[in-house]
Design a protein around this ligand. Structure first.
Ligand code: DQA
Length: 145
């Protein structure tokens, strides 16, 4: 059965209360439930992990090898800074879909650069929490499952 890891980076544990005008009122646990039911209805599995720590995210990417088929990644602010996450993705050869709730290209200049995009199969941004479901479907299609 197809297995997708949904990986969330720094500050995403505060979704729902964090700048709701930018990120919406849906919590990370609401998003997890949404993804779990979406996956169950379509016969694949999702695992969720969130960390505020760059190294823990690198470890999670390494640990996904031989366990998951793909990764849906919202790296939060590490998107714009982390060569370590870029290298981890390049090292594991798992397809990664980059995800952002907000449209990072319509925001501050510093959000326009992504170290993740260079090693991702594609990117979804600007559709809020619904983007997670779009990302899961995009990865399944990419996998041909
Ligand atoms: C984000 C966009 C990033 O620029 C920001 O640092 C985040 C969230 C998003 O989902 O829109 O933490 O990844």
């Amino acid at each position: 059965m197809t297995s997708i890891l949904v990986l969330n980076g720094p500050n995403l544990n505060l979704l729902g209360v964090r700048q709701p005008e930018v990120y919406g009122r849906t919590t990370l646990s609401d998003i997890e439930s949404m993804c779990q039911s979406h996956a169950a209805e379509r016969g694949f599995t999702v695992s969720f992990f969130q960390s505020n720590h760059e190294g823990a995210l690198v470890d999670a990417i390494h640990d996904a090898r031989n366990v998951h088929d793909a990764i849906l990644l919202n790296a939060g602010a590490y998107t714009h800074t982390s060569i370590a996450l870029h290298d981890a993705i390049a090292s594991v050869e798992l397809p990664v879909c980059e995800l952002h709730l907000s449209n990072i290209h319509a925001r501050e200049e510093f959000r326009h650069t992504s170290f993740i995009s260079k090693v991702a199969v594609g990117m979804i941004c600007g559709f809020g929490a619904h983007g997670y479901v779009l990302g899961l479907d995009a990865l399944r299609r990419h996998l041909g499952h």
